[in-house]
Design a protein around this ligand. Structure first.
Ligand SMILES: Nc1ncnc2c1ncn2[C@@H]1O[C@H](COP(=O)(O)OP(=O)(O)OP(=O)(O)O)[C@@H](O)[C@H]1O
Ligand SMILES: [Mg+2]
Length: 297
């Protein structure tokens, strides 16, 4: 397992009058190499959850295990430097990630900090930048003079430059244009499929990640109210929408309507507009068995 939470609780300002419980009794397991996504309304605890993955936050109750590192309220802290080399976290707000006066320095910071030589770090910086669709002309620029979307891409590249085993991203597509959003979802999927990375994405736009995700987590009021496969998410979507205010993608609601109308409840759901349209066309043509039942992707 890449990540295991055992009855994890977390409270901000634990020892003060302003104590605020943000996670309560959260247990979860994420297998190595999985593509996971975390959804839930604003304030439900998604960012708090993510910040436990590389020890930025430490549970105030229960136990977090990430790779071989154990984080718990009491006891010895694991070596956070090594944990952070292996688990990259892209913050919800890119300004929190960047602090140098050039993009190149920001991208080289992690690799240099973890012992890489300058030339190799520069090479990594350039490669990471290319992965997010920016060319080397950005290297000398001040990250704080970039557009919101460019800054977001640099923040993502600064994590990719460290080549971590686990990549956790907090709403990485916010402020990106539609093409960049689709490209980023594709890139994350490739990193997972081709390089065996474990990828966890917090998203308010579930439809973007829908074709790629193996396991969905839904948070509400600091608790985990759902974890399951896309097919299970489809089955539970009505309840999650009613009880948690989840913004269920149109593809899922439409699939459920089509499935109910044609008795396809036991079929693998079609989770992209293209696959859904294709399936409906086959149904209308009178070939209800014509679905090739391809996996999502
Ligand atoms: N630094 C902090 N100090 C005190 N309370 C906080 C702090 N950060 C978050 N909280 C509170 O903890 C709860 C969970 O916040 P969190 O940021 O994890 O939610 P989220 O699901 O990521 O929300 P969003 O979708 O708006 O990003 C909220 O009630 C929030 O007000
Ligand atoms: Mg958040």
């Amino acid at each position: 397992m890449a990540i295991v939470f055992e009855k994890v609780s977390f409270a901000y300002d634990e020892r003060s009058l302003w104590r605020h419980s943000a996670l309560e009794d959260v247990s979860l397991e994420l297998e190595t190499g999985v593509f996971a996504a975390v959804a839930g309304t604003t304030g439900s605890g998604k960012s708090t959850l993510l910040q436990h993955f590389n020890g930025i936050l430490k549970p105030t109750g229960g136990k977090v295990r990430v790779l071989d590192f154990i984080l718990q309220a009491e006891g010895k802290q694991p070596p956070l430097r090594e944990l952070r080399r292996r688990v990259g976290l892209v913050f919800q707000f890119p300004e929190q990630q960047l602090f140098e006066d050039t993009v190149e320095k920001d991208l080289c910071f992690g690799p240099l900090n973890f012992g890489m030589g300058l030339e190799e770090a520069r090479e990594r910086a350039s490669q990471a930048l290319a992965l997010v669709g920016l060319d080397d002309s950005f290297l000398p620029r001040n990250p704080f003079h970039l557009s919101g979307g460019q800054m977001r891409k640099v923040a993502i590249a600064s994590v990719l430059a460290m080549d971590p085993d686990i990549i956790a991203l907090d709403e990485p597509t916010a402020t990106l244009d539609p093409q960049s959003r689709a490209e980023l979802a594709g890139l994350l999927s490739r990193l997972q499929r081709e390089q065996g990375k474990t990828v966890i994405v917090v998203t308010h736009r579930m439809e973007e990640m829908l074709p790629y995700v193996d396991t969905w987590i839904v948070m509400k009021g600091g608790t985990k109210v759902f974890q399951g496969s896309p097919a299970e998410l489809v089955r539970e979507s009505g309840r999650l929408e009613r009880e948690c205010g989840l913004a269920v993608p149109a593809c899922i609601t439409t699939w459920n309507q089509v499935a109910a109308r044609f008795g396809l409840e036991h079929e693998e759901p079609c989770l992209t507009p293209e696959k859904l349209a294709e399936r409906v066309v086959r149904l209308l043509e009178g070939h209800p068995q014509g679905n090739k039942r391809e996996g999502g992707g």
